[in-house]
Design a protein around this ligand. Sequence first.
Ligand SMILES: CC(C)(COP(=O)(O)OP(=O)(O)OC[C@H]1O[C@@H](n2cnc3c(N)ncnc32)[C@H](O)[C@@H]1OP(=O)(O)O)[C@@H](O)C(=O)NCCC(=O)NCCS
Length: 419
Amino acid sequence: MSDFIFRTVPTSVPVTPEMRAWQDAVRLGFGMSDGPDEAYDHWAVDVVADGYRLDAAYATPPALAPVAELEQPVATFASGAKTVNVGGGRLEPALFISEVTVRTTHRRRGLLKRLMLDALTRAKADGLALATLTASEGAIYGRFGFGISTEHRSVRLDTGPRLAWSREVEPRVVLTPAADSQAVREEVFARFHARTRGSHERPHFYAKSKTGVWEYDTDSAHRELRVAVHWDADGAPDGVLTYAVNESEQSVRVWDFVTAGAEAELALWQYLGSIDLVTGVVFRHLGPDSPLRWALADPRVLTTTGVEDYTWTRLLDVPGALQARGWDADGEARLEVIDPLGFAAGTWRVAASAGRAEVTRSTDAPLRVEARALGSLYFGLADARALAQAGQIHGPDDEVARLAALFRTDTAPYNLAAF
Ligand SMILES: CC(C)(COP(=O)(O)OP(=O)(O)OC[C@H]1O[C@@H](n2cnc3c(N)ncnc32)[C@H](O)[C@@H]1OP(=O)(O)O)[C@@H](O)C(=O)NCCC(=O)NCCS
């Protein structure tokens, strides 16, 4: 690592040349082109609003390399604290990690490992019990103790003549200009976030991307966005749908769909199903407990087109994370957490009752649980029995079944934030 200088890039608005070079490195790492000036201006506002820390590695220049080489990071790593819903209506701060890149010419020399270990060590020292991220590739983060913790399901709803509803919902839906929709979206998202296990707080860029002001994927404003809001019987907003019609394909793409209850969700699906000149609707984040399928006269008009990992979570502090968690089952388990990086290592007794758990040190345990498995159990996504069959948990079947029952949740985790 002596060939590298590690630095934290100070953040500000307006964007500085150093920030710009950092963002250029991210774009290089993800195979994107350099952006227009506006993209850097938007990004600087977001990074400052989120309070993100931008870490970078710079290569010390070989004798004949141009000086500019030193000013371009060869690795980037962003992180900051935001909340996740850990069940029982509780929001817990976690380290959100994003914009992880290493330049092709410097890969597999341990740069990601160094930046990750530094960030996790700081986060633990700061008292954060959890770290979380989304992954571009599935094989990167398990070794760092992250396990898949939420998934997302992509669907297509055919809205042709076969679409009919087994139950019609009162259509309290009003269209609003996308540019004016952020306040209502924030209000509904806050309700969703507070009630949904596995929900991650949204970073600031959502305020721009869902209002059409700026879309990072295309480096441009998004003028096709339409927004429909659902109001509950008391006149409060409880659902916001953001979508765009693709005229040539006669389809609708849902860009955002946040609700604080099933009535709002069904009402907005029924609104989508009645848009004229369209034969299908696609959406990437149907909730695991969505009533949509069950409200269709012909359930086969709904097709799941993919299920993918969404967030990956790792525990930094086992008692802290498990005592913050909301527990839907009562029970007890003793487990040794295997964590080569050390953060979560230890032998613990977990005793849950009436929604809370007490976690204490234990001298022995019948179960050995890998850190990544604990990440997949945390929001209730994975069943401990499946993780044991997959070799991530070791111990007798009855103890594994006891662990599975202990971590069982009443609802599947659901997340609507990318970062
Ligand atoms: C993924 C990426 C950040 C890895 O950076 P890196 O500096 O090469 O990683 P490191 O050298 O620190 O690797 C640490 C370990 O992870 C392994 N690893 C790294 N990337 C991996 C990958 N894509 N798949 C499988 N294993 C990987 C390394 O082999 C190494 O294993 P070891 O400790 O057993 O030797 C880099 O390849 C990259 O920038 N890719 C493109 C952008 C991207 O996908 N970023 C991730 C966003 S979520």
